[in-house]
Design a protein around this ligand. Structure first.
Ligand code: ADP
Ligand code: TYD
Length: 208
Protein backbone atom coordinates (compact mmCIF):
# COMPACT_ATOMS: atom_id res chain seq x y z
CA UNK A 1 0.00 0.00 0.00
CA UNK A 2 1.48 3.38 -0.91
CA UNK A 3 2.25 5.72 1.96
CA UNK A 4 -0.21 8.59 2.43
CA UNK A 5 2.20 11.22 3.70
CA UNK A 6 4.83 13.32 1.96
CA UNK A 7 8.54 12.61 2.31
CA UNK A 8 10.94 15.57 1.87
CA UNK A 9 14.74 15.57 2.27
CA UNK A 10 17.43 18.25 2.43
CA UNK A 11 20.86 17.43 1.07
CA UNK A 12 24.11 19.24 0.45
CA UNK A 13 27.63 19.65 1.72
CA UNK A 14 28.39 20.26 5.40
CA UNK A 15 27.61 23.85 6.41
CA UNK A 16 25.34 24.53 3.41
CA UNK A 17 22.36 25.30 5.65
CA UNK A 18 20.40 22.03 5.47
CA UNK A 19 19.53 21.90 9.17
CA UNK A 20 18.47 25.54 9.15
CA UNK A 21 16.21 25.04 6.12
CA UNK A 22 14.77 21.75 7.39
CA UNK A 23 13.81 23.53 10.63
CA UNK A 24 12.31 26.55 8.84
CA UNK A 25 10.27 24.32 6.49
CA UNK A 26 8.97 22.25 9.41
CA UNK A 27 7.95 25.48 11.19
CA UNK A 28 6.18 26.81 8.08
CA UNK A 29 4.25 23.57 7.56
CA UNK A 30 3.27 23.38 11.25
CA UNK A 31 1.98 26.94 10.98
CA UNK A 32 -0.42 25.55 8.33
CA UNK A 33 -1.54 23.01 10.97
CA UNK A 34 0.07 20.09 9.16
CA UNK A 35 1.34 17.03 11.02
CA UNK A 36 5.13 17.32 10.56
CA UNK A 37 7.92 14.99 11.67
CA UNK A 38 11.33 16.66 11.50
CA UNK A 39 14.23 14.25 11.59
CA UNK A 40 17.83 13.74 10.47
CA UNK A 41 20.47 11.27 9.35
CA UNK A 42 22.55 9.57 10.43
CA UNK A 43 20.07 9.15 13.30
CA UNK A 44 16.40 9.97 13.64
CA UNK A 45 15.49 7.07 15.95
CA UNK A 46 17.14 5.91 19.22
CA UNK A 47 18.99 2.96 17.65
CA UNK A 48 20.00 5.00 14.62
CA UNK A 49 21.33 7.77 16.91
CA UNK A 50 23.50 5.17 18.67
CA UNK A 51 24.88 4.13 15.26
CA UNK A 52 25.40 7.84 14.43
CA UNK A 53 27.87 8.14 17.30
CA UNK A 54 29.88 5.24 15.86
CA UNK A 55 29.95 7.04 12.50
CA UNK A 56 30.67 10.68 13.30
CA UNK A 57 33.06 10.43 16.26
CA UNK A 58 36.58 9.10 16.44
CA UNK A 59 39.51 8.37 14.17
CA UNK A 60 38.80 9.11 10.47
CA UNK A 61 40.31 5.68 9.66
CA UNK A 62 38.08 3.93 12.18
CA UNK A 63 36.00 2.05 9.55
CA UNK A 64 36.68 0.67 6.11
CA UNK A 65 34.58 2.27 3.39
CA UNK A 66 32.51 -0.91 3.09
CA UNK A 67 31.82 -1.12 6.85
CA UNK A 68 30.85 2.54 6.85
CA UNK A 69 28.29 1.98 4.07
CA UNK A 70 26.80 -0.90 6.08
CA UNK A 71 26.57 1.29 9.20
CA UNK A 72 24.83 4.12 7.29
CA UNK A 73 22.36 1.60 5.90
CA UNK A 74 21.79 0.00 9.32
CA UNK A 75 21.04 3.43 10.77
CA UNK A 76 18.76 4.27 7.80
CA UNK A 77 16.85 0.98 8.11
CA UNK A 78 16.11 1.70 11.78
CA UNK A 79 15.18 5.33 10.98
CA UNK A 80 12.79 4.13 8.27
CA UNK A 81 11.17 1.44 10.42
CA UNK A 82 10.80 3.47 13.62
CA UNK A 83 10.27 7.03 12.47
CA UNK A 84 9.68 7.60 8.75
CA UNK A 85 7.27 4.81 7.77
CA UNK A 86 4.97 5.19 10.79
CA UNK A 87 4.77 8.95 10.13
CA UNK A 88 4.05 8.54 6.40
CA UNK A 89 1.47 5.83 7.12
CA UNK A 90 -0.53 8.22 9.31
CA UNK A 91 -0.32 10.93 6.62
CA UNK A 92 2.35 13.20 8.12
CA UNK A 93 4.89 15.29 6.23
CA UNK A 94 8.38 13.95 7.02
CA UNK A 95 11.21 16.49 6.68
CA UNK A 96 14.64 14.91 6.98
CA UNK A 97 18.07 16.52 7.12
CA UNK A 98 19.90 14.00 4.81
CA UNK A 99 18.80 10.60 3.54
CA UNK A 100 20.12 8.03 1.02
CA UNK A 101 21.45 10.67 -1.40
CA UNK A 102 24.13 11.47 1.21
CA UNK A 103 25.39 7.89 0.98
CA UNK A 104 25.31 7.98 -2.83
CA UNK A 105 27.35 11.17 -2.83
CA UNK A 106 29.67 10.94 0.22
CA UNK A 107 30.54 7.26 -0.05
CA UNK A 108 30.50 7.40 -3.87
CA UNK A 109 32.88 10.38 -3.89
CA UNK A 110 35.17 8.76 -1.30
CA UNK A 111 35.52 5.82 -3.70
CA UNK A 112 33.63 5.84 -7.02
CA UNK A 113 33.90 2.07 -7.40
CA UNK A 114 31.65 1.70 -4.33
CA UNK A 115 28.59 3.27 -5.96
CA UNK A 116 27.26 -0.13 -7.22
CA UNK A 117 27.46 -1.50 -3.66
CA UNK A 118 25.65 1.61 -2.37
CA UNK A 119 22.90 1.16 -4.98
CA UNK A 120 22.44 -2.57 -4.40
CA UNK A 121 22.24 -2.18 -0.63
CA UNK A 122 19.75 0.65 -1.01
CA UNK A 123 17.54 -1.51 -3.23
CA UNK A 124 17.80 -4.49 -0.86
CA UNK A 125 17.22 -2.88 2.54
CA UNK A 126 15.81 0.62 2.04
CA UNK A 127 13.94 0.66 -1.27
CA UNK A 128 12.43 4.14 -1.00
CA UNK A 129 13.50 7.66 -1.82
CA UNK A 130 11.88 10.96 -0.84
CA UNK A 131 9.08 12.49 -2.92
CA UNK A 132 11.04 15.73 -3.03
CA UNK A 133 14.73 16.46 -2.34
CA UNK A 134 16.26 19.92 -1.99
CA UNK A 135 20.00 20.14 -2.59
CA UNK A 136 21.24 23.33 -0.91
CA UNK A 137 24.06 24.36 -3.22
CA UNK A 138 26.84 26.80 -2.37
CA UNK A 139 30.53 27.53 -2.64
CA UNK A 140 32.48 24.77 -0.86
CA UNK A 141 34.97 27.10 0.84
CA UNK A 142 32.23 29.32 2.27
CA UNK A 143 30.33 26.26 3.51
CA UNK A 144 33.46 24.82 5.09
CA UNK A 145 34.09 28.11 6.92
CA UNK A 146 30.53 28.10 8.24
CA UNK A 147 30.98 24.54 9.43
CA UNK A 148 34.33 25.22 11.08
CA UNK A 149 32.81 28.18 12.90
CA UNK A 150 30.54 25.84 14.84
CA UNK A 151 32.96 22.96 15.50
CA UNK A 152 31.55 20.13 17.58
CA UNK A 153 32.99 16.74 18.45
CA UNK A 154 31.28 15.43 15.30
CA UNK A 155 34.05 16.25 12.87
CA UNK A 156 35.05 12.87 11.47
CA UNK A 157 33.86 13.85 7.99
CA UNK A 158 34.40 17.61 8.19
CA UNK A 159 38.16 17.09 8.56
CA UNK A 160 38.35 15.83 4.98
CA UNK A 161 39.09 19.28 3.56
CA UNK A 162 38.24 21.61 0.69
CA UNK A 163 38.94 19.30 -2.27
CA UNK A 164 36.62 16.71 -0.82
CA UNK A 165 33.90 19.34 -0.21
CA UNK A 166 34.23 20.49 -3.83
CA UNK A 167 33.89 16.92 -5.09
CA UNK A 168 30.83 16.48 -2.88
CA UNK A 169 29.27 19.63 -4.29
CA UNK A 170 29.76 18.29 -7.83
CA UNK A 171 28.32 14.96 -6.67
CA UNK A 172 25.13 16.59 -5.40
CA UNK A 173 24.74 18.58 -8.63
CA UNK A 174 25.15 15.34 -10.62
CA UNK A 175 22.42 13.77 -8.49
CA UNK A 176 19.98 16.43 -9.66
CA UNK A 177 20.70 15.36 -13.24
CA UNK A 178 20.31 11.68 -12.30
CA UNK A 179 16.93 12.20 -10.57
CA UNK A 180 15.45 15.28 -12.29
CA UNK A 181 11.87 14.57 -11.16
CA UNK A 182 12.75 14.44 -7.48
CA UNK A 183 15.84 16.57 -6.85
CA UNK A 184 15.74 20.38 -6.96
CA UNK A 185 18.78 22.65 -6.60
CA UNK A 186 18.41 25.55 -4.17
CA UNK A 187 20.84 28.50 -4.21
CA UNK A 188 22.22 28.45 -0.65
CA UNK A 189 24.14 31.73 -0.91
CA UNK A 190 21.13 33.85 0.09
CA UNK A 191 19.71 34.93 3.42
CA UNK A 192 18.11 32.03 5.34
CA UNK A 193 14.58 33.55 5.21
CA UNK A 194 14.83 34.12 1.44
CA UNK A 195 15.86 30.49 0.88
CA UNK A 196 13.05 29.35 3.16
CA UNK A 197 10.45 31.26 1.12
CA UNK A 198 11.77 29.65 -2.06
CA UNK A 199 11.55 26.18 -0.46
CA UNK A 200 8.03 26.76 0.91
CA UNK A 201 6.83 27.85 -2.56
CA UNK A 202 8.28 24.71 -4.16
CA UNK A 203 6.70 22.46 -1.51
CA UNK A 204 3.35 24.19 -2.01
CA UNK A 205 3.64 23.54 -5.76
CA UNK A 206 4.38 19.88 -5.07
CA UNK A 207 1.47 19.51 -2.63
CA UNK A 208 -0.99 21.22 -5.00
P1 ADP B 1 24.21 22.12 7.61
O1 ADP B 1 23.08 21.46 8.34
O2 ADP B 1 24.07 22.03 6.13
O3 ADP B 1 25.57 21.68 8.07
P2 ADP B 1 23.47 24.51 9.12
O4 ADP B 1 22.04 24.78 8.83
O5 ADP B 1 23.81 23.88 10.42
O6 ADP B 1 24.13 23.68 7.91
O7 ADP B 1 24.25 25.90 8.94
C1 ADP B 1 25.67 25.98 9.15
C2 ADP B 1 25.99 27.35 9.78
O8 ADP B 1 25.69 28.38 8.85
C3 ADP B 1 25.15 27.66 11.03
O9 ADP B 1 25.95 28.39 11.92
C4 ADP B 1 24.00 28.50 10.49
O10 ADP B 1 23.48 29.38 11.45
C5 ADP B 1 24.65 29.24 9.33
N1 ADP B 1 23.73 29.45 8.21
C6 ADP B 1 22.72 28.64 7.79
N2 ADP B 1 22.10 29.13 6.69
C7 ADP B 1 22.74 30.29 6.39
C8 ADP B 1 22.57 31.27 5.34
N3 ADP B 1 21.64 31.15 4.39
N4 ADP B 1 23.42 32.32 5.34
C9 ADP B 1 24.39 32.43 6.28
N5 ADP B 1 24.59 31.55 7.29
C10 ADP B 1 23.79 30.49 7.35
P1 TYD C 1 25.40 15.74 9.46
O1 TYD C 1 25.00 15.58 10.87
O2 TYD C 1 24.34 16.09 8.49
O3 TYD C 1 26.56 16.82 9.40
P2 TYD C 1 26.50 18.36 9.00
O4 TYD C 1 25.37 19.00 9.79
O5 TYD C 1 27.84 18.83 9.41
O6 TYD C 1 26.27 18.43 7.53
O7 TYD C 1 26.12 14.43 8.94
C1 TYD C 1 27.29 13.94 9.56
C2 TYD C 1 28.30 13.54 8.52
O8 TYD C 1 27.96 12.25 7.95
C3 TYD C 1 28.39 14.51 7.37
O9 TYD C 1 29.76 14.88 7.19
C4 TYD C 1 27.92 13.72 6.18
C5 TYD C 1 28.16 12.30 6.55
N1 TYD C 1 27.24 11.31 5.91
C6 TYD C 1 27.76 10.37 5.01
O10 TYD C 1 28.95 10.36 4.72
N2 TYD C 1 26.91 9.44 4.48
C7 TYD C 1 25.59 9.41 4.78
O11 TYD C 1 24.84 8.54 4.26
C8 TYD C 1 25.06 10.39 5.71
C9 TYD C 1 23.60 10.37 6.07
C10 TYD C 1 25.93 11.32 6.25
Amino acid sequence: MPARGVFISFEGIDGSGKSTQARLLAEALRAEARDVVATREPGGAPGAEAIRRLLVEGDPARWSAETEILLFNAARCDHLERTIRPALDRGAVVVTDRFADSTRVYQGVARASLRPLVDRLHDLVIGVDPDLTFVIDMDARAALNRGLARRSGEDRFEDLGLDFQEALRAGFLALAREYPNRVQIIDGARAPEVIAQDVVARVAAHLA
